[in-house]
Design a protein around this ligand. Sequence first.
Ligand code: DON
Length: 575
Amino acid sequence: MMSHRAFRLFVVALLVATALPCSAQRKAVEAEHAMVVSAHELATQAGVEILKKGGNSIDAAVATGFAMAVTFPFAGNIGGGGFMLIHLADGRDLVIDYRETAPAAATRDMYLDAEDNVLKGPGSSTVGWRASGVPGTVAGFALAHQKYGSGKVKWAELLEPARRLAADGHIVSQETAERFQKEVELLEQFDETKRIYLKNGTLWKPGELWKQPELAATFARLQKHGPEEFYTGETARRIEEAMAKNNGTINRADLKSYKPVERVPLRGTYRGHEIVTVPPPSSGGIALLQMLAMLEPFEIGPLGHNSAAKYHLFVEVMRRAFRDRAERLGDPDFVKLSVQQLLDRSYLTGLMENYDPAKATPNEALAPSVPAPAEPQDTTHYSVIDAAGNAVSNTYTLNGAFGSGVTIPGTGILMNNEMDDFTAKVGVKNLFGLLQGPQNAIEPGKRPLSSMTPTFVRKDGNLLLITGSPGGPTIINTVLQVITNMIDHGMPVMAAVEAPRIHHQWIPDEMTHERYGISPDTAEKLRAMGHTVRERTSYEGANQGDAETIALDPQTGRRLGASDPRKPDAKAIGF
Ligand code: DON
């Protein structure tokens, strides 16, 4: 029998042990100077290699992006586009919008058949030669490098890790092999795609060495002739020729006229923190700032991270922000948007006036005059910081996994299906189940509305967080939850990234949650309030995005790299 004293000691020891930081949680990778976090280890290494050569985080981000096109072909790309949020050590913040544009031949109803129904399969906005917007990645990366790179690493050097990975090959991971397998139906429709990504139908197995000589040759041309080669050189010629042969929509003039746009980031505040994020044509920044403003009057910390009360509140702000997204947003170069009005605090307080802490707001109570649209499935986000404090938060994509499924013969370039992010028809949902409005209708040269949300959080002028995620519309809610997990729940960055996430996008009127992410009694409480609660099954199984994030310790400035466990190949490397 344990003596009374021994028992007391045992209880004290138990209390001490449980008060210690939980050892079951993964630690962030810590480093003093610099950090790269991406969804693929070899792409992270490419960025680190450039930093070690004296490059800054912008140079490293470009090299990581090119390497992702080799090692993470479902989303990494040179045939797609995205948004790069940059913080310069001198204090400036800026956005490079290298979103794809609709080609000149695009028309508002190009994806409708004679009966006005939205086309499916080849020829639609999701599959094949008519699904692509004009790619922006190479031009966006070139602008970033020329204007904001360190000047110490040449363009050709930034491409070299990617060229080497493509030429020498890399080992196919379990995740990669599974992704190929999962998308067989799309990939086998196009001969060149089938040959490269499905090993001509025999399928790549984990552990095999996979070389991509055509892609390596494309990188070599870009090294030799510069980024313009993609838009006016041999690569452009091959894109045009293949497009023409297959009734595609993109021609040489579209490529030649593509321009990335430098934009001013959106800024907001949340409980004394500054949030810096992307403006339209992404909806992500506006929706994120709207949700944070709607949440701010509520005390969230005491509700607990995953209580029914907290999820109810979050679903209600998500519902309201996504309704606005659907109705109001589009490319600001083409449609009138009042960002100021959408972010106005009294407007947002007004949106929450009919919030009931005990009951779900019926969607009809928010009913828009125009139904909103939806979005598609593979994107990737990575974060970089260098020793001087320059930081990059970059999200880019082909849209769906492997984009349109089309590979331009002889180039290794997979083309995006970003045209599906436009409104094919008002009232009809897109690949992501999003409804979209006339603001986002197709017009030549216009950029489709995005949800990509690369974001920074700052406190007292110091950078605290670099984050973002893939996941179509879920991106915005993933970023929201990473930020609130840290600010409201005081989670360390790794826990904030790992914690289970939820999503609501107004339509469909349901809250989804990750597998094991919510207890049956919590779900029951939410149902009793009138919510539809469903376990997530789309986008990479049951996961909601992967937030490849860097936090900075406010006391020491140390870089904390949090690679998201939802992506087994993801890696944070610092030094
Ligand atoms: O721009 C957008 O919002 C979409 N094209 C992003 C697609 C995406 O995140 C797919 N990811 N899993």
